[in-house]
Every structure is written in structure tokens, then in C-alpha cells.
Ligand binder design. Structure first.
Ligand SMILES: Cc1cc2nc3c(=O)[nH]c(=O)nc-3n(C[C@H](O)[C@H](O)[C@H](O)COP(=O)(O)OP(=O)(O)OC[C@H]3O[C@@H](n4cnc5c(N)ncnc54)[C@H](O)[C@@H]3O)c2cc1C
Length: 387
């Protein structure tokens, strides 16, 4: 067990620091407000090799694995400029294609993702299914050499800036009551019949959320990822990395807000000394700091297990617990940080409330806190299922 970063990891983080300085929080907020993709930041990440950090070297990436990806995400979030796209593109699409793609699929998609030429978002959530994926109604009709997709998704992050979307659909005959037989499709976003419209989410990220509609969308059979009807297997492999990237994002965001709150609390004087001396402010911040750093280790452990090729259940146990403690710690940090700023925390120019909302999101999406607890209760502690 070695807790020191390798020279390679340190160089990666130095590069992330530089990119964050070149494209700081102001740039990120500006893109978010204008609802435009941070293309300059993205291209800088591409040129530095960071977009391909967890793509195997054989497919144009750096082959540094999950640990490198979570370290980078955590660091970018610490600067307040982490791409949400890393969750779906690097966190879901890359591991799924790497593990379940055919050689032709890997050649087709991975180098383009690593170079920044293409992005892939992820679509699973539906209005009437939500957390219960097995109730989804988007259907992939088998037409031999191609499938035809029909259905609706929502909350799909960044589809307006993606060239591909990894879609979870059912390939059984459908029916509200039946448990869906899932299949994953990589769908070109310029496919005929695929449309979307923006949702009115209030997050301060350049990547927005979208309603997505599939109306007789033709998808070539060679775009099925994994086996038809065996999408669950692909999903299990994809969702562990997603949990880790989300947790890393939350942990970095928590550090960001604590750092800024500590600076403010050291300067702000209302009675005799700086408000940071008050234990009512200081102790919640100190507690959040300790929890953030513990969670960070947990997430790194999950990433190391993933990189070592451990069984998805072994990785999933640690990834889910890391996601739970990481997002909880981030919320405590954002809450404690917001308190320091008093009324100013609610002024847009102080940019604190945006972090609070972002941290709160971690308790709901991509997986809610309760489902993570259900996982720990059922699959780690062996308790009965409640739902
Ligand atoms: C900003 C944002 C970005 C997103 N990006 C994407 C994306 O890119 N792609 C995508 O596919 N989806 C995305 N989502 C959707 C997200 O994954 C879902 O919102 C989430 O899975 C919850 O589904 P739901 O909103 O329908 O909540 P519901 O399923 O209706 O659940 C509501 C609440 O009920 C509770 N609950 C539900 N089930 C249980 C249970 N079994 N036990 C105990 N409590 C339970 C939880 O507290 C949960 O928060 C995004 C959402 C947001 C807000």
C-alpha cells in the first residue's frame, strides 16, 4: 500500500492545475450562463492527453486507468472547473466500450473520444421509470441488420454537444409490468428521428439537461454494445466508474468551497476577531474536511481495484460506499461553507450557492442516496430488499 502519487500522476495533476488556471472558474461560469460548451478548455484537455487518460494506449489514450481519471476529476473540481462530461464520456462510455466493444467498435469510437474529436453522452432515465431502470419503455425493435428505437428519455446531460449517445433500451416485446430485457446502443446524435429539447435545470454547469425523443430511429446492428438483451452486464461495468467519477467530482467541489469559505472566514470580522474563530463555523468545516479526505481515499481504493481488474462486485462495493461518503461529505462542506458567507452566500457574484446546489445534486443523481444505501444493505450486509 503506497499512498504517494507516482511521478506520472503528479505530472497529470500539474497539467490539470495549469488548464484550470488557463480556463478558470470565470470562464466556466460564463459558458454555463451562455449555455455553450467549454470547447477551448476541452481542446486544452485533449492536447494534454487528459481526455484519453483512461483510454487504453492501443486506442490512442494514455492508458492510465481509473485512478488517474478520478485524480484529475477531483483536481479539476477543486478548481471549480470540472467537466460534467467526464462522468458520462470518460466515466461511462470509455470503460463500457473498452470492456464490451468489438475490436471494430473500439477502433471506431475510442481514439475519437481520446482526441476530443467526439463526445458520447448517456441516456437511461425515463419519465415513468426513473430509478427503476427495469421499467423503461424505450424499445429497440429488431429488424435484422438494424434496430429501430422508439421512446423518450429525460435529464440527458450534454446531448446537444455529443456526436454519440449511449442509449439503454429494452429489446423484449415491452409491456408496463414486465421487467425489461436491456440492450445498449451507441446512437449517432445526427440520426434521423432523434431530437431533443432543453430542460430548465438550475445548475451552474455548461452541460445542460435535455428531454430526448426517439421516433423510429434506425440504429445499425453493429452499434449494439455487448450482447442483445445482456445490457445489465454492460451497465454493471459502466456504473462503477460512474460512481467513482461522481464521487471525485463531489469531493473536489467540497474542497473548493471549504477553501474559499476558510479564506473568507479568516478575513471577515463582525465582533472581535475573524468569524472563522467561532466554533459554530469552524467545527462543521473541520468535520467536513476530515470526511472529504476519508472519502477521497475510499474512491481511490475503488479506482485501484478497478484498475487491478477485480470482479465488478468487489469494485462496486467500494465504489458505492465511496460515492455515498463522498457526496455526503461534499454536501456537509458546501453547507458549512455557505454558512460562513452569511447573506453574501446568496448573492450570485459570490458563487457559493451554485456549489451548494451542485453538492446537493450528488444525493440524487446519477444514483440517489437511498439506492446506494439499499446496495450496501442488501449486497454487502445481506439484508432483505425493501422495495
Ligand atoms: C443534473 C442532472 C443530470 C442528469 N444526467 C443524466 C444523464 O446524463 N443521463 C441519464 O440517463 N440520466 C441523468 N439524470 C437523471 C438521474 O439519473 C435521475 O434523476 C435519477 O436516477 C433519479 O431518477 P428520478 O429523478 O426519476 O427520481 P425517482 O426515481 O422518481 O426517485 C425520487 C426519489 O425517491 C427515492 N427513491 C427512489 N427509489 C427508491 C428506493 N428503491 N428506495 C428508497 N428510496 C427510493 C429517492 O430519494 C429518489 O431521490 C440526471 C439528473 C440530473 C438532475
Amino acid at each position: 500500500m503506497d499512498f504517494n502519487l507516482t511521478e506520472e500522476h503528479q505530472m497529470l495533476l500539474d497539467t490539470a492545475d495549469k488548464i484550470a488556471r488557463d480556463f478558470p472558474r470565470d470562464y466556466y461560469i460564463d459558458c454555463a450562463k451562455k449555455q455553450i460548451f467549454p470547447e477551448e478548455q476541452w481542446q486544452a484537455l485533449a492536447q494534454a492527453g487528459i481526455l484519453g487518460v483512461n483510454t487504453p494506449e492501443a486506442y490512442g489514450g494514455a492508458g492510465m486507468g481509473m485512478l488517474a481519471l478520478v485524480l484529475v476529476q477531483e483536481r479539476m473540481a477543486e478548481h471549480g472547473v470540472a467537466p460534467l462530461y467526464f462522468v458520462v464520456n470518460q466515466g461511462i462510455a470509455v470503460p463500457s466500450i473498452t470492456r464490451h466493444g468489438t475490436e471494430e467498435q473500439k477502433q471506431r469510437w475510442l481514439p475519437a473520444i481520446a482526441s476530443g474529436e467526439k463526445r458520447c453522452c448517456f441516456a437511461i432515465t425515463e419519465p415513468n421509470a426513473g430509478t427503476n431502470t427495469f421499467k423503461i419503455q424505450t424499445i429497440g425493435r429488431d429488424e435484422g441488420d438494424h434496430f429501430v428505437l422508439n421512446g423518450n428519455k429525460l435529464f440527458i446531460s450534454g446531448i446537444n454537444d455529443a456526436q454519440q449517445v449511449l442509449v439503454v433500451a429494452r429489446t423484449d416485446s415491452g409491456g408496463q409490468g414486465a421487467r425489461a430485457e436491456l440492450t445498449l446502443f451507441v446512437v449517432d446524435t445526427d440520426s434521423e428521428g432523434l431530437t431533443w429539447e432543453r430542460m430548465d435545470t438550475l445548475l451552474m454547469n455548461p452541460e445542460g439537461q435535455f428531454f430526448v425523443y426517439f421516433d423510429e430511429v434506425k440504429v445499425p446492428r453493429e452499434n449494439v454494445l455487448g450482447k442483445v438483451g445482456a445490457g445489465v452486464e454492460v451497465l454493471f461495468d459502466a456504473l462503477n466508474p460512474e460512481r467513482m467519477v461522481v464521487a471525485a467530482n463531489s469531493i473536489g467541489g467540497g474542497r473548493h468551497v471549504l477553501q474559499r469559505a476558510a479564506e473568507y472566514a479568516n478575513e471577515r470580522k463582525i465582533f472581535n476577531g475573524p468569524i472563522g474563530a467561532y466554533q459554530g463555523l469552524q467545527h462543521p468545516m473541520a468535520e467536513a474536511k476530515a470526511l472529504l479526505e476519508s472519502a477521497s481515499l475510499m474512491v481511490q481504493k475503488a479506482a485501484v481495484l478497478q484498475d487491478a481488474g477485480e470482479h465488478p462486485k468487489v469494485v462496486g462495493d467500494v465504489a458505492n460506499m465511496g460515492k455515498l461518503v463522498g457526496t455526503d461529505a461534499a454536501f456537509k462542506a458546501a453547507d458549512a461553507g455557505l454558512q460562513c458567507f452569511g447573506g453574501y452566500g446568496f448573492c450570485e457574484s459570490y458563487d457559493v450557492l451554485s456549489h451548494f446546489i451542485g453538492a446537493r445534486l450528488g444525493k440524487v443523481a446519477p444514483i440517489n442516496r437511498e439506492m446506494t444505501l439499499n446496495y450496501i444493505g442488501e449486497f454487502i450486509l445481506g439484508l432483505p430488499k425493501s422495495y
